[in-house]
Design a protein around this ligand. Structure first.
Ligand SMILES: *[C@@H]1O[C@H](CO)[C@@H](O)[C@H](O)[C@H]1NC(C)=O
Ligand SMILES: *[C@@H]1O[C@H](CO)[C@@H](O)[C@H](O)[C@H]1NC(C)=O
Ligand SMILES: *[C@@H]1O[C@H](CO)[C@@H](O)[C@H](O)[C@H]1NC(C)=O
Ligand SMILES: *[C@@H]1O[C@H](CO)[C@@H](O)[C@H](O)[C@H]1NC(C)=O
Ligand SMILES: *[C@@H]1O[C@H](CO)[C@@H](O)[C@H](O)[C@H]1NC(C)=O
Length: 405
């Protein structure tokens, strides 16, 4: 429960604060890295000196992001997820980074990340404790906003473990207000929607949050990727309509380069997250990632689909081949359309997609020139009523950019 005066002050704030999605940041989906997917809540730096949540880990990821080509293609945010503080707040009520794991302190860590030309994100929880059992921000929203601003953080993920969903519509706007009042720009990532099942009001959320999760947590196996794609295919309550510059539905971390996916599945996962205009927060260990996975993550053609300034989220247009092939469309600048043919089938042979562009609503009289979404290579010219046949690998994808001629 919130303190009464906080609830009252929030009611006043709602009149003043109109648009967090107008806070000037995340005009395209944020690109970066986040600690959770691979490093979880590992705090044992004695047994696991190279993979515990620590300043050393964060600095190494920043080093690799800056030096290995990621920064050059637009990756920017290095985000610390749960399990960074001590289990109790300091005497002044502030969160305290675990001094054994963050001996230099958070401001010094932010300075280091900034010195690489990158930005840094931090995590807290709206409830009385975080999912990992660390102190939550309930009753401390203002203190924590001020602390994160003093540390010069650039992004905040606000989780919802151990909180009441009835408070979200007051609490998330309150945190946005306190962040705004620090004068420091934050990308504000809310677990508001996820915490409420189907209950959240997207209009309200998009006013106060730059990112909101729409599906379950990503885990390192294919079925999980398929399930998230199905959530976007369903597009329940048309959640795609609320995505745009400054306000993004978040499909959760990118697991390319972890353990669970084949090369085709990595392509399908990364291709679809890009079509969805989801933030792309990488989960892999950048120190040891496979070359193929790294090349995919740095594919400029696919990243351009994700980062297209219109900020549209792909929606399902139709299913083909006994519902095995999902056809998603994403409107791009210049009147172009990205067409994804995602094959949800896992039997060991490619599935043929047969369609005409006019079935997709692409009816330009002079037809369309196609380029491959991954390679950028020309892939022919098609009239609206020409039959197109494409064989798509099992749990794989093909993406084409159709440009009106
Ligand atoms: C604070 O909110 C106002 C009003 O929406 C906005 O113009 C301003 O850019 C915000 N400032 C920051 C630092 O986010
Ligand atoms: C959703 O939020 C918007 C903006 O805050 C508000 O105008 C609208 O009434 C809300 N809708 C519902 C169904 O609560
Ligand atoms: C898609 O929507 C249907 C009908 O509302 C529902 O039964 C199903 O669980 C949904 N699937 C996902 C993955 O959201
Ligand atoms: C979703 O959008 C479609 C097409 O614009 C519309 O027909 C439908 O009523 C919308 N559904 C909801 C729940 O808003
Ligand atoms: C990966 O790429 C690096 C740098 O281009 C190269 O030195 C290395 O041999 C490659 N590794 C494999 C397994 O291909």
């Amino acid at each position: 429960m919130m303190k009464l005066f906080e609830a009252i002050s929030i009611i006043c704030l709602l009149v003043v604060v109109t648009e967090a999605a107008n806070n000037g940041v995340a005009r395209t989906p944020p690109l970066g890295w986040m600690s959770w997917e691979r490093f979880r809540c590992n705090t044992d730096c004695v047994t696991y000196p190279d993979s515990c949540i620590s300043e050393k880990l964060i600095m190494q990821m920043a080093d690799h992001m800056a030096a290995d080509g990621y920064k050059d293609v637009g990756y920017e945010y290095i985000c610390i997820d749960d399990c960074w503080p001590l289990k109790t707040r300091g005497a002044d009520g502030r969160l305290v980074p675990d001094p054994a794991r963050f001996p230099s302190g958070m401001k010094a860590l932010a300075d280091y990340v900034h010195s690489k030309g990158l930005k840094i994100g931090i995590y807290t929880d709206f409830g009385h404790s975080t999912c990992g059992g660390y102190p939550g921000s309930e009753f401390y929203l203002e203190t924590d906003a001020n602390t994160f601003a003093e540390w010069e953080m650039d992004m905040l993920k606000l989780d919802v473990c151990f909180s009441s969903s009835a408070d979200f519509k007051y609490g998330f706007p309150a945190m946005e207000f306190y962040l705004n009042r620090t004068g420091r720009q934050f990308v504000f990532s809310c677990e508001w929607d996820w915490g409420m099942g189907d209950g959240a009001n997207y209009t309200h959320m998009a006013e106060f949050c730059n990112l909101w999760r729409v599906a379950h947590d990503m885990e390192d196996y294919w079925d999980n990727v398929q399930l998230v794609i199905d959530v976007y295919a369903n597009n329940s309550r048309n959640f795609s309509d609320f995505t745009g510059p400054g306000a993004w539905a978040d499909a959760d971390s990118v697991i390319v380069g972890l353990y669970g996916l084949s090369a085709d599945q990595e392509r399908a996962h990364f291709g679809m997250w890009s079509m969805f205009a989801s933030p792309l927060l990488l989960g892999a260990d950048l120190r040891s990632i496979k070359n193929e996975s790294k090349a995919l993550l740095q594919n400029k053609n696919i990243l351009a689909i994700n980062q297209d300034p219109l900020g549209r989220q792909a929606t399902l247009k139709m299913k083909l081949a006994q519902n095995k092939i999902y056809v998603f469309l994403k409107g791009l600048t210049g009147g172009r359309t990205a067409i994804a043919l995602f094959n949800s089938d896992y039997h060991g042979q490619p599935v043929r997609a047969t369609f005409m562009l006019n079935q997709l609503g692409l009816t330009n009289g002079n037809g369309y020139s196609f380029t491959d979404g991954f390679t950028g290579m020309a892939r022919g010219k098609y009239m609206p009523a020409t039959e197109i046949n494409i064989d798509v690998n099992p749990t794989g994808i093909d993406i084409f950019i159709a440009t009106p001629v």
